[in-house]
Design a protein around this ligand. Sequence first.
Ligand SMILES: C[S@@+](CC[C@H](N)C(=O)[O-])C[C@H]1O[C@@H](n2cnc3c(N)ncnc32)[C@H](O)[C@@H]1O
Length: 215
Amino acid sequence: MEAAFWHQKWKENRIGFHQADFNRWLQSWWSAQQQGEPVLVPLCGKSRDLLWLSGQGHPVDGFELSELAITQFFDESNLSAETSEVGPYRCHRHDDLRIYQGDFFAVPELGRRYRLAYDRAALIALPTAMRRQYATLMSRLIEAGGQVLLVTLEYQPEQQVQPPFSVGEMEVRTLFERDFSVEVLGRAAELDHPRVLSGQLSYFDEVAYRLIRRG
Ligand SMILES: C[S@@+](CC[C@H](N)C(=O)[O-])C[C@H]1O[C@@H](n2cnc3c(N)ncnc32)[C@H](O)[C@@H]1O
């Protein structure tokens, strides 16, 4: 999607993807063993999951296009933020929680790599061709042995017009299996999703994966 698409979404507050609660897969599957290890959070929006990760003792690096999303994140969390220019980004920082404002695809310019990453609604926000670029970029950013918790959506009938896109297990494997081992952690059916209740969709599932970067 073009940046303008997302800026418009934030301007009109059409952010149905935003969750008031911490993500269930994050809470049940995140390993607390790597305290202190920085976590990469691509396309982070104003997700409260950033706070959860920070609360587990991780420095957090979120990446988000929308300044509005970032301002709302810090305001709603009652956190003050300092800003500075870092490479191609404006960095908004409170202690070890940073959100880099700008295009995630420019991240190689920072020259960093990570051992941990969390993707909820990032891959599924991108159209097909960008999903391939994203997978290539993640391979580049994650160190050997590093892990990604990936949370996708699957629904029927599929549409590829605008996000959220339905991204099935076969596509996840095609995108990532060259450089990562791919393990399905679980699937949760959203039976009370409005489009399922209205009969528009036959199902709407959230699916979680653990990706481990091969050496
Ligand atoms: C579907 S939302 C998901 C947000 C968040 N992960 C969550 O779980 O609430 C996708 C977010 O990615 C942001 N975004 C889209 N393209 C981006 C890009 N190229 N670089 C950085 N952020 C981007 C959008 O502004 C939007 O906030």
